[in-house]
Design a protein around this ligand. Structure first.
Ligand code: ZN
Ligand code: ZN
Length: 558
């Protein structure tokens, strides 16, 4: 029997938890299994080793029931309780629960009242208008279910960049550590292009002795299984459950292999066939008569024409970022105090930081009202003046009717006002667009955060008329955010590109809820995919330029 991977064991625990939920089991037990699944998925060594050495219970979140399940999985490769449960609850119901916007409660009702046990039945019932007939569900729910089914079909088997990039970097380091010191190892594929999701990892290894390198890679303990796909091409199934395609080539062809493995197909088509053989990418592109093209721009658009003409944009880099505007503290749902956030900003080399806690309308624990906002300003004043200029701000909630959470005098007293739509994102296009435009044109609003409201792999963004939104933002001079949270990346690269073409100013913010600004990298990558250069990004300006811009827009602009 091949040893089960951590990801496979995690999938069993997760499935068991979710089926228990559908069976109406105790919510604590359900959550314990679902959480333990995540713990097992992230373990840094095989769960089977822990089971055999009797150390499972030392892992936090693994209680006796879960330890027993894992021990059974490690020794038999099966969990009998899951079999029993599957006999009671149709497993296809799990597909129904996975539809965005449909929880276990509704799925359970649909099963018991309409006999809907799988996605096909759900689609048919929604199409036929049977769901709206159920008390408390209605036509809106039905629409949302249909949209959710469509969204689900588009996104199966994808992982977020926020998971793939760190995993890819770890794998690069691990492979480097088992190969001779003069080896080249690089990430390629969608992750190197910084696409928001990807199916797997791609790596290129340039080495003198490809055969022994291939063997050394296959024998790494992090590898659960490996398959040879062709000459020098390995498909690895990692213990983490991720797949990685590794292309092992001789050093003198490393550049060529890296261009090819980075792709995408549409870019390679523009380059033509065959690619010149060269040890590094710059030499490959030079032999083709053009400048090296940053991976984020390799999209099969106009990048090859621009590279030939020598007119590629000078893309923004993380080093260009001089501060952020959108961050949270313990005053709302953040984990750090104002002083801790300021210290982290200083450690990140920032010149300024906007503190923008949630307002009360969002209903998060601790949302600010005008009174607490004033109290927070006193605390901010005690941190200013310091090495990092703190801008007093707020992430002001936009209600369903377009009203902001604070009145004009309160907004006018802030240094920076960020407006966010967190609710009512399913409004029809015209209503949603008008609502956002009224916010963009409000003279007190400086920035609109995560404009589409999408959550990658979880929730589609609002249905905005983007051309009208961008025209309005450009006209009002309101900055649009690229939210750098890898769960959001909002605006995405395509929309940010359109916004720039319409003349909009952009700002990249990590939306930090902890004293760390490491996420900014994902937002910068998204801006690079949009072809943005530093001048087009508000947070690449100097603190004096930013202060002047804010003051000019009617903030208190100290
Ligand atoms: Zn927000
Ligand atoms: Zn926020």
């Amino acid at each position: 029997m091949t040893q089960m991977t951590n990801a496979e064991a995690a999938a069993v625990l997760d499935r068991y938890g979710r089926l228990m939920e559908l069976a109406g089991e105790n919510a604590f037990r359900v959550r314990a299994f679902v959480r333990a699944a995540e713990t097992v998925r992230d373990l840094d060594r095989p769960f089977g080793d822990l089971a055999r050495s009797g150390n499972l219970r030392r892992v936090s979140g693994i209680g006796p029931a879960i330890a027993a399940a894992l021990t059974e999985l490690a020794s038999t490769g099966e969990y009998l309780a899951l079999r029993t449960l599957e006999a009671d609850v149709p497993a296809t119901l799990l597909d129904v629960v996975a539809v965005p916007g449909l929880g276990a409660k509704t799925a359970s009702r649909l099963f018991h009242e309409l006999g809907i046990a799988d996605l096909d039945a759900l689609t048919r019932a929604a199409d036929a208008g049977h769901i709206r007939a159920l008390a408390g569900l209605g036509a809106k729910t039905e629409e949302r279910i249909l949209a959710g089914i469509a969204a689900l079909a588009r996104r199966s088997g994808r992982h977020r960049l926020g998971l793939l990039l760190p995993a890819g970097r770890r794998l690069v380091a691990t492979i480097g550590s088992v190969l001779p010191p003069n080896t080249s190892v690089a990430l390629a594929g969608s992750v190197r292009r910084m696409e928001e999701t990807g199916a797997d990892l791609d790596l290129v290894v340039g080495v003198a002795d490809t055969q022994s390198a291939t063997r050394a890679i296959e024998e790494m303990p992090e590898v659960a299984r490996s398959t040879v796909l062709g000459m020098g091409t390995l498909r690895l199934r990692m213990q983490s459950g991720l797949d990685a395609d590794v292309f092992v080539v001789r050093q003198d062809a490393f550049g060529t292999a890296l261009v090819r493995a980075t792709g995408p197909e549409a870019h390679l088509d523009l380059l033509g066939d065959p690619l010149p053989v060269a040890p590094d990418e710059t030499a490959v592109y030079a032999a083709l008569g053009m400048a090296w093209i940053p991976p984020e721009l390799r999209q099969g658009r106009d990048e090859v024409a621009l590279a030939r003409a020598g007119t590629l944009p000078r893309l923004v880099t993380v080093a260009d970022i001089r501060g952020e505007f959108h961050s949270h503290t313990t005053w709302s749902d953040g984990a750090g105090s104002v002083a801790e956030m300021a210290a982290a900003a200083r450690a990140a080399g920032y010149d300024f930081l906007g503190i923008s806690d949630h307002t009360r309308g969002l209903g998060v624990a601790n949302g600010l009202d005008a009174g607490r906002l004033a109290a927070q300003r006193t605390e901010i004043a005690s941190v200013n003046p310091g090495p990092v200029r703190i801008f007093a701000g707020a992430e002001v909630e936009v209600a369903r009717d377009g009203r902001l959470d604070f009145d004009d005098p309160t907004l006018a007293a802030l240094d920076v006002v960020i407006a966010s739509l967190h609710v009512g994102l399913r409004q029809p296009r015209s209503q949603l667009t008008e609502r956002l435009i009224s916010v963009l044109e409000n003279p007190h609003v400086d920035i609109v955060a995560h404009p589409s409201g999408r959550l990658i792999e979880r929730r589609e963004g609002g249905d905005f008329a983007w051309d009208r939104v961008f025209a309005s933002a450009a006209h009002a001079g309101t900055a649009l955010e690229i939210n750098a949270d890898p769960a959001r990346l909002d605006l995405n690269g395509d929309l940010a590109r359109q916004a720039l073409a319409a003349g909009c100013l952009l700002t990249i913010n990590g939306d930090a809820h902890h004293p760390s600004f490491a996420q900014i990298e994902y937002g910068v990558a998204t801006a690079r995919r949009a072809g943005a250069s530093a001048e087009q990004i508000l947070n690449c300006w100097s603190v004096d330029q930013v202060s002047a811009w804010l003051a000019d827009r009617g903030g208190s602009g100290r």
